[in-house]
Design a protein around this ligand. Sequence first.
Ligand SMILES: NC(=O)c1ccc[n+]([C@@H]2O[C@H](COP(=O)([O-])OP(=O)(O)OC[C@H]3O[C@@H](n4cnc5c(N)ncnc54)[C@H](O)[C@@H]3O)[C@@H](O)[C@H]2O)c1
Length: 273
Amino acid sequence: MTQGNRRLEGKVAIVTGAGSSGPGVGNGKATATLFAREGAKVLLVDADLGRAEETLSLIRKEGGEASVFRANVTKAEDCLRMVEETMERYGRLDILDNNVGISRRGTVVEVSEEDWDQVMEVNVKSIMLASRYAIPSMVQSGGGSIINISSIAGIRAHRSTPYSASKAAVIGLTFSMAGDHGKDNVRVNCIAPGLVYTPMVAPRMDDALRQRRREAAPLGTEGTAWDVAWAAVYLASDESRWVTGIVIPVDAGLSVTTPATYSPLAQQQYQRL
Ligand SMILES: NC(=O)c1ccc[n+]([C@@H]2O[C@H](COP(=O)([O-])OP(=O)(O)OC[C@H]3O[C@@H](n4cnc5c(N)ncnc54)[C@H](O)[C@@H]3O)[C@@H](O)[C@H]2O)c1
């Protein structure tokens, strides 16, 4: 049995988008796996049950406790059922990791209304719906922790306008929810992953681009879904009991740099000065 430090012992978690959209380990899969390793019981929610089952088998191999549930988190009735099912299976709800997200590209001139609406529905409305049904059960359980997954695209231009707008909305939603539900001991925080290498982005990458993404940030190394998942463990655990309404960038320092001084080309030029 692979055990962590049992930082989430006794807690029950929902992870949405707990499968991965391709071979390998994405943010939802890694987060669900670490939650289980740290002692939480985890409901693995995905619109594609086969993907959630892959995560389940990973967790079971390690001796963790989890089960799968099919839901489209853009649908209110699915979100309600997801929470009811958690309470029926595990009797409480402490953690909600709102991980589901899709990417759509294009400027405001190019993007179709259909793509715009879809990305807003999947990336933003789903968080409102899942949280709306989760919060009363968390309150009944004595409080809880909601973790919303944004992106560096929510705080920087990223050549994907609908995605950026949706991820900025996730940050605004986090602040507002943190303000509204703190009195009930429901903490709401946000993670903004940088240029991590996951199945979601892998189809668009080649070696040269992966190298450029590494070099763009001060740490100069490639991030993985596990880096995002460790931030989620902290926010889910009681270690962060006095933390609400924050955005944690997990980005190797990318968001504190200026490309004019830190891009590989700029660095060569600065070395000559
Ligand atoms: N990979 C990156 O570089 C990166 C960077 C920044 C932020 N993020 C964010 O991380 C989150 C996802 O990461 P991932 O690696 O787990 O992605 P992923 O694409 O590998 O997995 C997401 C899962 O969500 C499921 N899903 C999609 N729509 C759904 C819906 N409506 N209802 C239920 N399930 C649905 C998919 O079936 C899939 O299994 C997203 O919010 C994404 O925007 C990723």
